[in-house]
Design a protein around this ligand. Sequence first.
Ligand code: AHM
Ligand code: MG
Length: 329
Amino acid sequence: SIQSFSYPVGTTIDRFIGQRQTEHPTAKGELSQLLRDIVLASKIISREINRAGLSGIDGMTEEENFHGEKQRMLDVIADVRFTSALIKGEQVCAILSEEREGIIDTGHPEAKYIVIIDPLDGSSNIDVNISVGTIFSVYRRISKPGEAFTMEDFLQAGTAQVAAGYILYGASTMLVYTTGDGVNGFTYEPSLGEYFLSHPKITQPESGDYYSINENQRESFPDQVKTYLSSCKKDNLNTRYVGSLVCDFHRNLLKGGIYLYPSSEQYQDGKLRLLYECNALAMIAEQASGSSIDGSQPILRIQPEWHHQRVPFFTGSSNMIKDLLGFST
Ligand code: AHM
Ligand code: MG
């Protein structure tokens, strides 16, 4: 019908954030402002990514980050855009970015939140025009507002997250986030410059047909993972692997499936980072009735020991994670 072709109108993300705030009469609007700052930076990055092939910023810089990885221009741009938006927004006292070694002091010691962010995940996909993402977590600081922040503020278990989300720069740009009260997804309309609520109250199917894994290290995977993979093959599940975590996670969240990044000879503790990548997605998965484990325990319960810690990461439909757990020795 003509109606299905009519222009999307509905709840903008701004209105949604405002509505959520009025549901919490004691809220002062700081978290709302912080989320709006992330929304703004994501619009800018979305635009940069859309033009990357023409503007030349899909290429490499001369620099390596402290992980020893070559940085892409877009990695640097995304890092700067998100951190500047959060600094200007004044709601965060300090930031950890996967692109930098140390804590970023925002110069707002009175602010009560901290943010951990992977500004551009999966960026090795950028120069072939494949989707990438941003992943973020928000925590209340442990140190007192007004005092100096410490590393302890960042080494909190994932259960302490106040909000978590990701932006998927895909065929459409989408922002999916939770504040611990369910998961909602918003799709960006670039000509209006607005995100609209397109995926209210996302729930992950209990089971699915997809498993997402890079198997190049399979000889050295733990037996638990080898056995689970055999069962996936026996059950004729389909492999889907973009190699951009946000994309693989998002597909499995909506359609049902499991994502696996186990330990191996190459990556003794897995490849993905607990603070920048796993905790945020684990919170979203749990809020959407899925689950996330490191092979034996929930990701969200892990007490981080250092900020760049890696962890084996398994996330997806609850019954699939249950099956994987069943093979642990
Ligand atoms: P990055 O932080 O350097 O972008 O690496 C993280 C990415 C994830 O997006 C993706 O799931 C994974 O690395 C892919 O790793 P691999 O190429 O080993 O399959
Ligand atoms: Mg990353």
